[in-house]
Ligand binder design. Structure first.
Ligand code: DQQ
Length: 539
């Protein structure tokens, strides 16, 4: 029962045990946030039976785990209930579209609805008897057709929805239309497509406001809107911003910013973060993004520890004032978990120096720091051939001395620094594009003395204005007994990097946090705030 929820030793969402992947159908309904997720209730690896786990929360922080909501029972989903989304129909009636693996293992789209709309927890779900409502169209193989998005309604009153797929070798957001949400007809052309991407999984399509941080409901029509189109492929969530031509049923990216999975494509996160989904939170007027954070250890490890996968901290998303990218920031409610607090002001970090942020329990932390940038004239010049930030971070590690930077934080660090995760910045002059660019890195190479863990370094570019005097970094990490998650937000959320780390020694009281500067120029910490983070509760 919800009253006997196990105590949660961490604040990243996951069920008490077993395998979890994509977030499904998040929504707000009658005072309650719902999160469904791809779940294998029988073990801690991805398996033949995947279904919809279900949890609810009043605050996006503490969760109650309910019984599985949508499980394989019928010929149209007997082999798994894969990813999908919620749409709130007029009259506050939520419905779910999800992918079923049918008795022939074909991917089909199904409709489900709550049995009892007066239960805010929506514990019981029923499936529409006429399922499936969509089957693989011409040119789409039966294993390349999945993950219906939240639907939106056009001026004509008809519903639209996109389904991910691979059609004639193009990654596609396949468009369907319906008058009644039950009978759907295929639109010849996809809403949008990409070349050389493989199948598009979990497409997401939504409006964002051009003049406020408020979220916009999916069916909103109006001025001061732009549209975001996201697709998941090649292990990453790529997005582009543009306009939506409702008459032609087309998404048109700004500045020809296509989705091809290149290093210049925009990504929600430059670390581990996949199959994400947003929803409109009508009570707080914001759009919230959830993403799946996979493990970096082996499946043998996962079988041993009996769980795998968690969800990111829910992030509020909105358009940056440049209108060229999104900003992401952990939802305000996360701050409820802040406990012991320390702060530092005007602390000078001389070249090649290190100082410990002490006074907090450093195994579970929220830390925000703003660095005053040194004179930008004196920074390193970016080699135009090195345009892949991830590769640049792998070459220019935290110990490679630069001009302005590397400076940043050493997280989950042991006293002797043999274990540490470095999250840091390095400032470059990009002569080619006549601008300054900050390279943000998350370096996992020394995150653990354990072997057999993926310790790939991640990196992102953040373009700054020559007048900018400061750059900020916020890292949040929660401790999972066997390992940790570090989510880092650079420049107020303009670049995000999520990493999994599995320290062997730098745990509990042996975990330390440091700020460092390995650049030849001094930097000043304008302000640093760090909090120990409380445990989130199940109830
Ligand atoms: N995960 C689901 C699919 C989706 C994939 C299966 C993305 O529906 O395409 O668990 O991680």
């Amino acid at each position: 029962s919800p009253k006997n929820q196990p105590w949660r030793p961490y604040f990243h969402f996951r069920p008490p045990k077993n395998w979890l992947n994509d977030p499904n159908g998040p929504m707000y309904y009658k005072g309650v946030y719902h999160l469904f997720y791809q779940y294998n209730p029988y073990g801690s690896i991805f398996n033949k039976t995947i279904l919809w786990g279900h949890s609810v929360s009043h605050d996006l922080v503490n969760w109650i785990h309910l019984k599985n909501a949508i499980v394989p029972t019928k010929p149209f989903d007997i082999n798994s209930c894969w990813s999908g989304s919620t749409t709130i129909l007029p009259g506050n009636k939520p419905v779910v579209l999800y992918t079923g693996l049918d008795s022939k293992n074909q991917q089909v789209q199904n409709l489900a609805m709550p049995k009892n709309l007066s239960d805010p927890f929506l514990k019981e779900w029923k499936k529409y008897s006429g399922n499936p409502i969509m089957t693989p169209p011409h040119g789409v193989k039966p294993d390349n057709f999945r993950d219906p998005s939240t639907a939106w309604r056009g001026k004509d009153g008809n519903w639209r929805v996109v389904v991910g797929g691979l059609r004639n070798n193009l990654g596609v957001a396949i468009l369907y239309r319906s008058k009644d949400f039950v009978h759907w007809s295929l639109h010849d052309e996809p809403l949008y497509f990409g070349k050389n991407t493989n199948i598009w999984e979990c497409p997401d399509f939504y409006p964002v406001s051009t003049n406020s941080r408020d979220g916009i409901e999916n069916s909103a029509i109006g001025i001061n809107l732009k549209y975001v189109l996201k697709a998941s492929f090649k292990s990453h969530d790529y997005y582009t911003i543009g306009s939506y031509d409702a008459d032609k049923e087309k998404f048109l990216p700004d500045d020809h910013k296509v989705l091809i999975g290149s290093t210049s494509d925009l990504r929600y996160d430059y670390g581990k973060f996949y199959a994400s989904k947003t929803f409109f939170d009508s009570v707080k007027n914001r759009r919230i993004l959830w993403g799946w954070i996979n493990e970096s250890d082996s499946s043998t490890d996962d079988i041993k520890k009996q769980w795998a996968g968690l969800q990111s901290i829910p992030r509020q998303v909105y358009l940056d004032s440049t209108r060229r990218q999104l900003i992401q920031w952990p939802v305000k409610e996360t701050e409820k978990l802040r406990e012991k607090h320390v702060s530092y002001f005007g602390k000078k970090l001389k070249r090649e120096s290190l100082f410990e942020v002490s006074g907090i329990t450093a195994s579970q932390v929220d830390i925000e720091v703003s660095f005053m940038l040194p004179k930008l004239e004196e920074v390193e010049v970016l080699d135009p051939k090195r345009n892949d930030p991830q590769l640049l971070c792998s070459a220019k590690t935290s110990s490679v001395i630069g001009g302005a930077g590397p400076f940043g934080l050493l997280l989950m660090a042991s006293r002797d620094l043999t274990e540490q995760t470095a999250v840091f910045f390095r400032v470059f002059k990009d002569n080619h594009n006549h601008q300054f660019v900050v390279l943000m890195c998350s370096d996992q190479r020394r995150s653990s003395l354990r072997q057999g863990i993926d310790k790939t370094t991640y990196g992102a570019f953040i373009y700054i204005n020559h007048k900018d005097k400061m750059i900020s970094l916020r890292s949040l990490y929660s401790f999972q007994v066997d390992n940790s998650v570090i989510e880092s937000f650079g420049a107020e959320g303009r670049a995000c990097i999520t990493a999994r780390v599995y320290p062997k020694f730098s745990v509990y009281n042996e975990a330390h946090v440091y700020a460092f500067n390995n650049g030849s120029l001094d930097v000043v910490i304008r302000r640093l705030d760090a909090w120990s983070m409380k445990k989130a509760k199940g109830n």
